[in-house]
Design a protein around this ligand. Structure first.
Ligand code: TMP
Ligand code: ASP
Length: 236
């Protein structure tokens, strides 16, 4: 697989063309941002950790029948994935109140829900990724009704698989963000990444945060938290 010109650079990853028009290479960076890019920094080793961890979780999800963009890991930071058109929605599944949910609705962080909940943001940096509902997504032409149904069903299925998996690592999956893409033939597949950048992961015994909130909230111990979650995932 030959790496060709850079197609795109995002906040945490770069995407390169390959000699196969159906495949691209993603390259994970150590750059970290929060609050729509207002806070910037680096987390040493993050790119490699997120790449390896995300690929591990995508393989697990594939085994459980969830279609993802994952094809092959090339190196500690680089992975070949199926080229998709990203649906411009951030799909957020929550099991426990935290972050923007806790703040918006005045719920104490750590309050568990009786059943998981889901919300969508319109992926648009200029607008600050505003919350939207599925009717807005339809009105804006971001996805079809059938695609939204697939996305919702898949997101809750991903939650079931990942909650059970993280439980075996003594980790509570508080919430996470997913992105979906359309393949060349229009199939909706899970894309982007699943990592400590995109999940809230709390140690089940101590409640310790093992995710990007340590960076967002200036808590310190950021690199150690990423290392800890990686070693739990890979230690299996
Ligand atoms: P929130 O509570 O700030 O809305 O975040 C919910 C989850 O989504 C949390 O696990 C972090 C993740 N997330 C991202 O991956 N990217 C983002 O831009 C934001 C705002 C949250
Ligand atoms: N997406 C946020 C940013 O734009 C990062 C985050 O809070 O996860 O910087």
């Amino acid at each position: 697989m030959e790496k060709q010109t850079q197609l795109y650079e995002g906040k945490a990853k770069k995407v390169f063309a390959t000699d196969d028009p159906r495949r691209v290479i993603v390259s994970y960076k150590d750059d970290a941002t929060a609050f729509n890019g207002e806070k910037k920094g680096t987390i040493a080793g993050k790119g490699a950790i997120n790449n390896v961890m995300s690929n591990h979780l995508f393989r697990l999800l594939e085994q459980q029948g969830v279609r993802t963009h994952f094809i092959e890991q090339l190196s500690d930071r680089e992975t070949v994935v199926e080229k998709v058109a990203i649906v411009p929605l951030e799909v957020i599944v929550r099991n426990v109140a935290a972050g923007s949910f806790a703040k918006r609705y005045g719920v104490e962080e750590g309050t568990a829900f009786a059943a998981p909940t889901i919300e969508f943001s319109y992926k648009n940096d200029a607008l600050g990724d505003p919350l939207i509902n599925t009717y807005h997504a339809l009105a804006l032409g971001l996805a079809t009704q059938a695609e939204l149904e697939t996305i919702k069903r898949t997101a809750f299925r991903v939650n079931e698989v990942l909650c059970a998996y993280f439980d075996t690592l003594n980790v509570r999956l508080v919430d996470f963000k997913l992105e979906f893409g359309r393949t060349a033939d229009g199939t909706i597949v899970l894309a982007d990444e699943i990592s400590p950048d995109t999940c809230r992961l709390w140690d089940k015994t101590t409640g310790e945060k093992l995710d990007k909130d340590r960076f967002r909230r200036n808590m310190g111990g950021v690199e150690q938290a990423y290392q800890e979650i990686l070693s739990r995932v890979m230690g299996q």
